[in-house]
Design a binder for this molecule. Structure first.
Ligand code: CA
Length: 221
């Protein structure tokens, strides 16, 4: 079996060295970068399973690396290391695409626990294919097909469809769907959800999404 590959981005030599050594002792394959600039190329050339990145980096800040990564549709789990620990920083980081957060200083056992949890979650996502009304949606690889044909969706269309598919058979409120697209960072207009629902119906047929007035929307199971 291939080893689990971790890309570590940390400019602090002492911390970087000890993290690299500790992760290797746990049998992970680790590559260590001191700055964010080479991250994109590294992810393009090696199939990493996890990224551990410090936010305070010289040059391109970790947060910007993270945003770029998600804009490029990289789906690998990201654990952010930061000396900052305010609620706003956490929310910023999570909005930028971090899956989990660890504030410095931290215990190495805590880091291992977070790493294992993220890798486990990644494994579970891989095996989940959501299926209903002829639509098949793979949350990990962000692929959608309809009656066997691949379908291209925008990020927001995908986000709404994923929530509906995860709740197939149950009505989901408009507020819940709005929450699902807030994380894409723009203001949500009052009729935004309706607009996306109508686009999705054009793709998958009007019966693919049912409306119950005052309750919400559902994909029939
Ligand atoms: Ca740093």
């Amino acid at each position: 079996m291939d080893p689990v590959r971790i890309l570590l981005v940390e400019d602090d030599s002492q911390l970087g060295e000890s993290l690299e050594a500790a992760l290797r002792l746990e049998q992970y394959a680790v590559d260590w970068l001191r700055t964010g600039e080479p991250v994109k190329a590294a992810l393009g050339s090696t199939p990493y399973d996890l990224l551990i990145i410090d936010l305070g980096l010289p040059g391109v800040p970790g947060m910007q690396v993270l945003r770029q990564l998600r804009a490029d549709k990289h789906r690998l789990p990201v654990l952010v290391l930061t000396a900052r620990n305010t609620i706003a920083d956490r929310v910023d980081g999570l909005d930028s695409g971090a899956d989990d957060y660890l504030s410095k200083p931290f215990d190495i056992a805590e880091l291992f626990a977070r790493v294992r949890a993220l890798l486990r979650r990644k494994g579970e996502q891989r095996s989940t294919q959501l299926q209903a009304v002829g639509i098949s949606l793979d949350p990990a690889d962000r692929l959608v097909s309809f009656q066997g044909q691949a379908v291209d969706l925008t990020a927001r269309e995908f986000a709404i469809l994923e929530i509906l598919m995860r709740n197939a058979g149950r009505y989901v409120s408009r507020a819940r769907l709005e929450e699902g697209i807030y994380s894409w960072g723009e203001e949500v207009e009052s009729n935004t959800v309706e607009v996306y629902i109508s686009r999705l119906r054009k793709r998958f047929g009007s019966s693919a999404i049912e409306t119950m007035r005052g309750v919400g929307y559902r994909v029939p199971a």
